[in-house]
Write a protein that binds this ligand. Structure first.
Ligand SMILES: [Zn+2]
Length: 448
């Protein structure tokens, strides 16, 4: 998204917020981000709403908070917003001092989930942060406000994308969402829920809470994988190695060491040419057709055990942009699977080592298919598990064999490679180069 578009969206959301009656004086602000560009656009500090224009919106670096091109100072709450962007995969943040939500913040009481209106938007109670310490108030107050929000979710085991709102103790509410208009909608709903909760407490403070089944029923109707309310999205099938995580060095080391014990001298070029294939096929290529099945299995197992040892001990980092895209797509309701040629145990170890496990509903691995890529079986299996037709599946791959498999599966694909030019529907050098609307574009351009 261009800065101008983001500025316009943030401006419109700030105006919508002002007109919603949630804002008292200038106590309210909306920001939104373009994660690929690394930019956050936020309302300027201290400009009355009546005088605001889109040009007044200030662009700051998502990473450093430094102003990029705006002449005005960004809202003083900017460090709070930035901390939420860093911790939660959201696209926009809203802060108000709306009356009833602020009453609960001042009383340091959560807004309990007492009915289906609440559960339609938020999966559980809206939590209250702890109070800031004198030291946290004296130094980096706004940043610490963000930190205490993040802490509340981390220690409470609350998923920020499922409960996109918080009450900051003795201050007021923050909400967030995939985009600015959604975050404003959550702020309005939150205020309404606070008013309901106020009245419930007034007439029946001890009223029983709704059953977890009812809450979950309403939440799931509108959110996540089983949503049947509103728009259906699609599924994203991720190749793992080389696409989300680069563990090529561990593969090279483990193959080389395993084979050198068999007096087989593996060259790096032959190793590179094996990418994306299953072990039996790789080893047949190297050892020849007369290698026994037992030997192939034994060497494959030894290599994978060594590989997992290296990954566990050496650790792994997601590739640039991977964690951000996974969080964003999950937030937008896309179903996501790993579809890999690797053994299941490897995939699990890799996802754990780089903290990406939570984004996937399923892993389809070497054990689940009889033929590896470029055969489309692995993608077909993933589509079946996600209950999504192939023309609503988008594959992300770094290897030519994977791109071919996606095509044969009748799926659109995104190729990510800094070394090869891939024949994909969209080809980029890094996930950070992927346009913000890439997945939506491919879904709408799907084959009829
Ligand atoms: Zn405030």
């Amino acid at each position: 998204m261009l800065h101008a578009e983001l500025r316009e969206a943030v401006y419109r959301a700030n105006i919508a917020l002002a007109q919603s009656g949630l804002v008292m004086g200038t106590f309210g602000n909306v920001s939104a981000v373009d994660r690929l560009a690394g930019v956050c656009v936020i309302k300027p500090s201290g400009v009355p709403y009546a005088e605001l224009t889109a040009e007044h919106m200030v662009a700051v670096s998502l990473e450093t908070g430094e102003s990029i091109d705006g002449a005005l100072r960004p809202s003083s709450d900017t460090p709070t917003h930035l901390e939420l962007y860093r911790a939660f995969g959201c696209g926009a943040v809203v802060h108000t001092h709306s009356e009833y939500a602020t009453v609960f913040a001042q009383a340091r009481l959560p807004i309990r989930c007492m009915g289906t209106t609440h559960a339609d938007y938020f999966r559980g109670d809206i939590p209250v942060t702890r109070a800031l310490t004198p030291d946290e108030i004296a130094h980096d107050y706004e940043l610490n406000t963000g930190r205490v929000i993040v802490e509340t979710f981390a220690t409470g085991g609350i998923v920020a994308s499922e409960t996109p709102a918080v009450l900051v103790a003795n201050h007021g509410p923050f909400t967030w969402g995939p985009d600015a208009s959604k975050a404003v909608e959550y702020a309005r709903v939150l205020e309404y829920l606070a008013r309901l909760e106020w009245r419930v407490k007034a007439i029946a403070a001890d009223a029983p809470r709704p059953g977890v089944q009812l809450v979950d029923k309403h939440y799931r109707r509108k959110h996540g994988p089983e949503a049947y309310y509103g728009q259906m999205t699609g599924a994203v099938l991720w190749d793992l190695d080389g696409t989300l995580v680069d563990s090529g060095e561990y593969h090279w080391q483990s193959w080389r060491d395993t084979l050198s014990r068999e007096d087989f001298d593996l060259t790096y070029d032959r190793f590179l040419a094996s990418f994306g294939q299953k072990n039996d096929r790789i080893l047949r290529g190297w050892l020849g057709e007369d290698a026994t099945v037992e030997r192939i299995e034994r060497l494959g197992d030894a290599k994978e055990a060594e590989y997992r040892r290296l990954a566990r001990e050496g650790g792994l980092e997601p590739l640039p942009g991977a964690a951000q895209w996974l969080a964003r797509l999950k937030h937008e309701g896309w179903r996501q699977a790993v579809a890999t040629s690797a053994p299941r145990l490897n995939a699990v170890v890799m996802l754990q080592a780089c903290g990406l496990e939570e984004f996937f509903e399923t892993i389809v691995s070497a054990e689940d298919v009889s033929v590896g890529k470029p055969d489309p079986e692995v993608f077909h299996a993933a589509a079946v598990r996600l209950d999504t037709p192939p023309d609503r599946c988008i594959v992300v791959e770094d290897a030519a064999a994977g791109i071919e498999a996606a095509r044969r599966a009748g799926m659109r694909c995104i190729g990510v490679s800094s070394t090869a030019t891939l024949d994909a529907d969209i080809a980029v050098r890094s996930l950070t180069d992927l346009p913000a609307d890439a997945f939506a574009r491919l879904l709408s351009a799907r084959r009829a």
